[in-house]
Design a protein around this ligand. Sequence first.
Ligand code: 13P
Ligand code: SF4
Length: 354
Amino acid sequence: SPSDPDLVERARAAKAKLGDKVFVLGHHYQRDEVIQFADVTGDSFKLARDAAARPQAEYIVFCGVHFMAESADILTGDDQKVVLPDLAAGCSMADMATAEQVAECWDVLTEAGIAEQVVPVSYMNSSADIKAFTGKHGGTICTSSNAKRALDWAFQQGEKVLFLPDQHLGRNTAVRDMGMSLEDCVVYNPHKPNGGLTAEELRGAKMILWRGHCSVHGRFSLDSVNEVRERIPGVNVLVHPECRHEVVAAADHVGSTEYIIKTLEAAPAGSKWAIGTELNLVRRLANRFASEDKEIVFLDRTVCFCSTMNRIDLPHLVWALESLAEGTLVNRIEVDKETEAFAKLALERMLALP
Ligand code: 13P
Ligand code: SF4
C-alpha cells in the first residue's frame, strides 16, 4: 500500500531532528513504507553485525522482530538504547522454545548419558534466554547464512548437536550441506515426556532437532513447487532454508534473505524465478527487477505475510521516532545483565566463525 504522505513527512522530520543520535535497522521482511527509512537493511546476520557499527548512535530503532532487537541490545554498548516500534512484534518460532523447556531437555540428555557430547547450536530466531543457555553450554548461535559453518565448528567441539529451535533449518543444513542422512536426525518434542524419544534413540542420533518451525515458511509445500514448475516452464525455484525438507530438496537454490537478493541481482535478463520466503520481500524484488526483465513470482499465493514482522508499520515507526525526538524513550528492549553475558558469549562465537 502506498504510504500516507503526511506520515512520510513526519517520519522524515523526526529522523532529521534526531540526526546521528538515531540509527534505523530494517530486516528484509519489513514493509516498503518502513524500509524506506532504514539506514541499513539486511538479513539477521548482517543486522546483528551492523547493530554494533554505530557506537555514537544513542538510539537503535530496530524494524524487525523482538529476538533481533534483543540481539542488537546484547551486541551494543550499555549506553545505547534499542527500540522496537511495536512490542507485539514477536516471532512464533522463537516462542516455541522456552528456557524451562530447554533446561528440561538438557536434563533428559544428561539422564541418557550424552550431555557431555552435545554442543548446542541455536538459531538467531530464539529468545535471549535460549542464547544464554547456548553460551553457558559451550555452543554457538547461527543464522541461515552461516548454519553450515556453525555446524562444522560444533562438530569439532563435540559428537552431537542440539539444534534449537528450527527443526527445518537444522535438518536442511545437516542433510543438504553436511552430507548427513535423515536417520542421523531425531526430533525432540518439548510437549512430550523425554521429548518423545528413548535414551537409545538419543544415543544413536547426531542431530537432535528441536520441534520448532516458522509458521510462514512451513506453509510452502512440495505441491507449491510442482505447481509452479508446471505453470512456468524453465522457472528457477529459490527458497529460504526455514522451508520444510521436501521443499528444500525440490528447490534449485536455497539461502538466507540476503542470498536470495544477491542471487536475483546476478540472474540474467529473461530468467524466471519462484521465491519461497516472506511476501514483503518477494513483492519488493518483483517490482525492483521487473524493469530488468526478470520475472519473479511468489512460490505459493496462498501463503501470507509474516504477521509479526508486519506489525511494524509506518504509524508505529513515526510514533517511535517522534517520541525519541521529543526526548521520550519508548519501547526499549533491554536484556538483563546475567542473560546478556552468556548470550553475548554465544553470539560472539558466531561472529568469530571462520
Ligand atoms: P534471514 O534474514 O537471516 O534469512 O532470516 C529470515 C527470518 O525468518 C528472520 O525472521
Ligand atoms: Fe519468525 Fe517466521 Fe516471521 Fe521470521 S518469518 S519472524 S521465523 S515467524
